[in-house]
Design a protein around this ligand. Structure first.
Ligand code: CS2
Ligand code: MG
Length: 402
């Protein structure tokens, strides 16, 4: 079997997605997600113009060799655009191998290590009362772990507060919106929110929270300490993580479990975080961190250091990525949890998939390969429309991490 070519499909069923479809001489095709929120067309061009011509006539079973060829062969290494493009090829190759051998991808990754993939959903509210209502709603849907975000009094636009009940989508059409942020107000408010949550829901429910890269290490230490009694499952992205050693300072001040990694694109972004045990969960994803092949290596390095996986699974990661994540999650020993932000019905219709949710768990299904397809005719009805994530400024106008 040989790779004969491929296509990059850009569509926007509710939001933008970039999908790679690789074709082979035996008529089997594989899919890979290549979506990089707000920078979609850069990856589409990287694949179309620079990667697809290199793949023709290669053996699709040589997954590791193709990965190294694309990584080392470009000379320029790492970075989100490159690693998302490599991830798309890698994911499509695992899909092809599974389909060709007639088995789900998880069987190629060592087989099932568990019966289902524990997921967390997103409850949020524009007031504490509405956040409580959203948590209740997620509980009724069967979720056993819930991330809670809430509008902060006095802050015009806090991270993570959606418009509807189930679909939180931060990217918006047109040019980037500017939001305003105040760390002071947030730090005052966050412990109050979790106090209320534990009072209303007790301690059976796993609760998570995302600080979305907005604090300094010492502010994160302060917050973590105040949240300890509310037993969070994790505090996510307390600070931007370019400076990995900055996490030492957080660890010195709090035992709140820390999760990091949704913007990482390789093991080099988290090697120190893992080997110095500065984090508890590594959130790298199939689509942005080099595919299933590279994610398995990150997980293998994390295992002896007691770091569990907790892959990013927001709506900007397509159902192709979600399917791949589930095959990874169900097989890897040191799996922790999977984020599951539901896609809209439009997105789900373009990407029919075998994975299912029940009782707080996702199941990858038993289809050969990844168990996800793309309806290209339907996709054509949703052409790409430029959209961006918001940007952020402090109240005095200084640019801040969003
Ligand atoms: C987030 C995302 O899911 C998460 O934890 O941090 O909402 C993130 O902001 C988006 O995926 C950015 O594209
Ligand atoms: Mg996050």
């Amino acid at each position: 079997m040989k790779i004969t070519g491929g296509r990059v499909i850009v569509c926007s069923p509710g939001r933008n997605f970039v999908t790679l479809k690789l074709e082979t001489s035996e008529g089997i095709h594989g899919l890979g997600d290549a979506t990089l929120n707000g920078r979609e067309l850069a990856v589409a061009s990287y694949l179309q113009d620079h990667v697809l011509p290199l793949l023709v006539d290669r053996d699709p079973f040589a997954i590791e060799d193709i990965w190294q060829y694309l990584y080392k062969g470009a000379y320029w290494r790492r970075g989100p655009v490159t690693m998302t493009a490599i991830a798309a090829v890698d994911t499509a190759l695992w899909d092809i191998k599974g389909k060709s051998l007639g088995t789900p991808v998880y069987n190629l990754l060592g087989g099932r290590s568990r019966t289902g993939v524990l997921v967390y959903g997103h409850a949020n509210g524009d007031s504490v009362d509405n956040a409580m209502r959203a948590v209740e709603h997620y509980r009724e849907l069967g979720y056993r772990a819930i991330r809670v975000q809430c509008a902060v009094p006095g802050v015009p636009s806090a991270y993570g507060v959606g418009k509807g009940d189930l679909y939180y989508e931060p990217a918006a059409r047109g040019l980037p919106q500017e939001q305003i942020w105040s760390t002071d107000e947030y730090l005052r408010f966050a412990p109050v929110l979790f106090e209320r949550l534990r009072t209303e829901f007790g301690f059976d429910l796993r609760l998570l929270h995302d600080a979305h890269h907005r604090l300094t290490p010492i502010e994160a230490g302060w917050l973590g300490k105040r949240l300890e009694d509310y037993r969070l499952f994790w505090l996510e992205d307390p600070v931007p993580a370019e400076l990995q050693e900055g996490y030492r300072l957080i660890r010195q001040h709090t035992t709140v479990p820390i999760a990091v990694g949704e913007v990482f694109d390789s093991v080099y972004d988290c090697l120190q975080l893992i080997t110095e045990q500065l984090i508890d969960y590594i959130r790298t994803t199939v689509v942005h961190a080099g595919g299933i092949t590279h994610l398995r290596k990150i997980a293998a390095i994390a295992e002896p250091y007691h770091v569990l996986t907790g892959s990013h699974g927001a709506t900007d990661l397509s159902p192709v990525c979600m399917a791949a994540a589930l095959h990874f999650d169900i097989s890897v020993h040191n799996f922790g949890i999977q984020e599951y932000m539901r896609h809209t019905p439009e997105t789900d219709a373009v990407f029919p998939h075998a994975y299912t949710f029940s009782d707080g768990y996702l199941h990858p299904g038993d289809e050969p390969g990844l168990g996800v397809e793309i309806d290209e005719e339907l996709a054509e009805r949703y052409p790409y429309r430029p959209a961006y994530l918001p940007t952020n400024r402090r109240v005095d106008g200084t640019v801040h991490s969003w």
